[in-house]
Design a protein around this ligand. Structure first.
Ligand code: EPU
Length: 343
C-alpha cells in the first residue's frame, strides 16, 4: 500500500485540473484495501473517501478534503474456457483499453467496439461505458466489490448492478459505498461484428475491407481511427469524453422539436421515448468550437468540453452551466453531466 499526503491530483484526472487531495492511498491487493478500511474505522476517521479509476470521467471542482483510493491490482485471469465462451476475471485497476487489446489478441470476441475508451476496468463497470452500439454490461457477468464501511467482500450479479445507459446501482443507492475490485467478463469464441452504428460500414468501405473478411483486429483499428478523428486525446488536451449524457425525452417532445428542426438526429428508446444527441443540441446553440475563459467546446464534437490550458474545475463547470442554460432555453431539455462532479 502506498500513502501520499497532500497529493497532487493532476496526473489522476484527464481534465488536467491542478488540485490536491489530503491523502492518496493506492493498494495492491484486496487485503491491503481491507486493512486500510479497518484502520480507518479503528481511528474513527470519518473524512470523505473517493475511489477513482483512471480519472477519465470526473471533474474536481476544488481540492478534495479526504482520501482518494486507487487500485494498483493488475491481473487478467481465465476462470473458465469451455464451449462457446471464455470467462475472464479482470482487476479493476487495469486500463480498459489494455484489456480490450488483450482480449482481441487472445481471439476472445465482443469488446472491439469499446476500443480506446479511456479509464480503467473498475470504473467501466460502475459507469457502464458504451460506444458504437456496445456497452460494458453486454459482457459483464458479475463484479466483486469491497464494502468501504466494513471491508466485507460482496459479489454483485449483472442484474444486481442494475445497469442502464451510463448507469448502475453504484451511481445511486450504493454511490461511494463499494470499491469494485474485479470484473468478471464473458466473451465469445465466435466473432460476430456489430457494424450497425453510423460510420463503421463507411470506414470499412473506405479501407477496402469486405465485411466477410473482416477480422476483430481490423474492427478494433477502425473504431480507434473513428474515435481519434472525433475525440481529443486527453494526453494532449484535457477532457473527460462526453461531458453530458444524451437525454431521453417523451416522444411528443421530440416531435415538437422535429417540427422545427426536421434534421434532428434521434434514436428510438421505446414506443414512448426517444434519445436526442446532446452534441447536436449544443451545436445548434452555437457552442461548438467556442470557449468561456479557459474552458472550451471541442470543435469536432460538441459533447466534449476541453481544458484549453490551466482551467480550474470551476471554469469548466461555469461553461457546463452556460451550455445547460442555453440548451434548456432553446429546446426545453435539461441536459445532465455524464462526468462525475467532485467537490
Ligand atoms: N452531433 C452533432 N454535433 C456534434 C456532435 C454530434 O450534430 O458536435 C450529432 C451527430 O451528427 C450524430 C449524433 O449527434 O448524428 C451522435 O453523435 P456521435 O455518434 O458522435 O455520438 P454521441 O451521441 O455524441 C455517444 C457517446 C460516446 C460514444 C459515441 C459513439 C454518450 C454520452 N456519448 O456520443 O461516448 O463514443 O456515442 O458511440 O452516450 C463517452 O461516453 O465519453 C463517449 C465518448
Amino acid at each position: 500500500m502506498t500513502i501520499q499526503n497532500n497529493c497532487s491530483l493532476l496526473g489522476h484526472n484527464t481534465f488536467g485540473i491542478d488540485c490536491h487531495a489530503n491523502r492518496m492511498v493506492e493498494y495492491q491487493t484486496v487485503e491491503e484495501l481491507q486493512t486500510f478500511i479497518h484502520q480507518r474505522n479503528a481511528e474513527g476517521d470519518t473524512t470523505p473517501l473517493l475511489h477513482i479509476g483512471g480519472g477519465s470521467n470526473l471533474l474536481f471542482l476544488q481540492d478534495f478534503a479526504g482520501t482518494v483510493l486507487h487500485s494498483r491490482m493488475q491481473e487478467i485471469f481465465v476462470t473458465s474456457n469451455e464451449g462457446d465462451y471464455v470467462y475472464v476475471r479482470v482487476t479493476a485497476g487495469i486500463q480498459w483499453d489494455a484489456w480490450v487489446q488483450y482480449a482481441v489478441d487472445s481471439n476472445w470476441f465482443g469488446l472491439e467496439n469499446l476500443s480506446l475508451i479511456p479509464g480503467e476496468v473498475g470504473a467501466a463497470a460502475v459507469q457502464n461505458i458504451g460506444a458504437y452500439g456496445s456497452e460494458a454490461k453486454d459482457f459483464i457477468i458479475f463484479v466483486d466489490a469491497v464494502d468501504l464501511q466494513t471491508g466485507e467482500i460482496r459479489h454483485f450479479t449483472a442484474d444486481e448492478c442494475r445497469y442502464g445507459y451510463r448507469d448502475s446501482i453504484f451511481k445511486h443507492e450504493l454511490r461511494g459505498r463499494y470499491a469494485v475490485t474485479h470484473v468478471h467478463f464473458r466473451l465469445s469464441h465466435a466473432f460476430r461484428p456489430l457494424l450497425e452504428y453510423g460510420g463503421i460500414r463507411r470506414a470499412l468501405k473506405e479501407r477496402g475491407i469486405e465485411e466477410i473478411n473482416l477480422t476483430s483486429r481490423q474492427l478494433r483499428q477502425v473504431i480507434i481511427d473513428i474515435r481519434r478523428s472525433k475525440l481529443p486525446d486527453p494526453a494532449t488536451i484535457g477532457n473527460a469524453g462526453s461531458f453530458f449524457t444524451n437525454p431521453i425525452v417523451p416522444r411528443s417532445q421530440y416531435l415538437d422539436i422535429a417540427a422545427t428542426y426536421s434534421d434532428v438526429p434521434h434514436y428510438d428508446v421505446d414506443a414512448d421515448h426517444v434519445k436526442i444527441p446532446a452534441g447536436w443540441m449544443i451545436e445548434q446553440c452555437g457552442w461548438k468550437g467556442r470557449h468561456l475563459g479557459r474552458a472550451g467546446v471541442y470543435d469536432k464534437q460538441a459533447l466534449v468540453i476541453v481544458n484549453l490550458g490551466g482551467a480550474t474545475g470551476q471554469e469548466i463547470f461555469a461553461l457546463c452551466q452556460r451550455i445547460q442554460a442555453d440548451v434548456n432555453e432553446k429546446f426545453g431539455i435539461k441536459i445532465q453531466p455524464e462526468v462525475n462532479l467532485i467537490g
